[in-house]
Design a protein around this ligand. Sequence first.
Ligand SMILES: *Cc1c(COP(=O)(O)O)cnc(C)c1O
Length: 409
Amino acid sequence: MNTINTEKIKKDFQIFKNKPNLVYLDSGATSFTPDIVVKSMDEYYYKCRANTSRGVYELSEKATQKYEKVRRKVKNFINANDESEIVFTSGTTASINLVAFGLKDTLKHDDEILITASEHHANLIPWQRLVNNENLKVLNISSTGEIDLDEFKNKISKKTKVLAIAHVSNVLGTIYPIKELIKIAKKNNPQIITVIDGAQSVPHIKTDVLDLDCDFLTFSAHKMCGPTGVGVLYGKKTKLDKLTPLFTGGDMIEEVTFKNSIFTEIPHRLEAGSANISGVIGLGSAIDYIENIGIENIRNHEIKLLEYATNKLKETFGDEIEIFGPIDTKKRSGVISFKFKSYHPHDIASILDSYSNICVRAGNHCAMPLHNEVLHVLATTRASFYFYNTKKDIDIFVKGLKKVEQILK
Ligand SMILES: *Cc1c(COP(=O)(O)O)cnc(C)c1O
């Protein structure tokens, strides 16, 4: 098994040179971008700056080729059947909204949507808008951040139009057994539409849409070394075909008259307007970078950090600290949300930053109902890891927390 050489990897990121003492533990919010990704975007601006699918001149053709090449890359990265199943969006939020709006016309009044209690607001609010309260069903999450399979089986019926669930919780780190859940869901209701929020999974664990057998998968470039403002909506061809486009305009049409318009095929039917071309090119370069390191290596590195950090936090702070989410690291990604009995998460985060250059996130992490109604806390502090983090980062983090104790005691 390969291991990750973090010393070497850090050299790929200018930000570590600019800020050598930085301990960045907030990749769950957004990841750092290697120089090679930034360069790939610069190159577009310097060498083939033109719009896609429009000009007949060489520059525009080159831009189009580069853009479409990334579609193939994404297709291979998540093992989709066909390039046309990859739609570029501005991020996970946009991708989920595309699906939710796109299904609106096909919804019957008693159709239900099933989500879990740990969803990010992006995978909650679009569904809230689609159906009334009664028809939005919420699956409980246990104190260790898990789903009860019996409850799940009971909640999926012929009325369940959509199952929308994150593969990995951005708060609890739980890796939900998506393949198994989809299997059960389709057995109970062969017509069900499954929407997987992959914002926290695609960057960290091998994701194979054919193996999962999901209908839709959404993710964001900025959480996987790519630029901000770019994301992906994967959908099975038959399912994407049926979505009503949320946006209409240029680039998504076959023919237009003043009275009527005929839309073109997917994926372009769902990509109205000029695209974020440099951003998509950056995503392509980010995928190359990640594949070069190896997604399995990334996962293994994160498990090691997770185990190291969990043990060290418990050893050092004992009963003072409460860590949310699964205990088994095999069921958990590199995310640790925690609470100290006596200190407020915002105080913790700001002291960690001002005394030790440590970046962690404090708040409800865009999962307010999970905090208020399941964990019964107003806020948590979250440390999240990526492949460029080290055991040394965690040592500094734990030392920083001791400093917090000293100051706040
Ligand atoms: C970050 C995140 C989102 C939202 O992604 P954006 O890039 O902000 O659109 C949705 N779901 C989960 C689980 C996330 O972590």
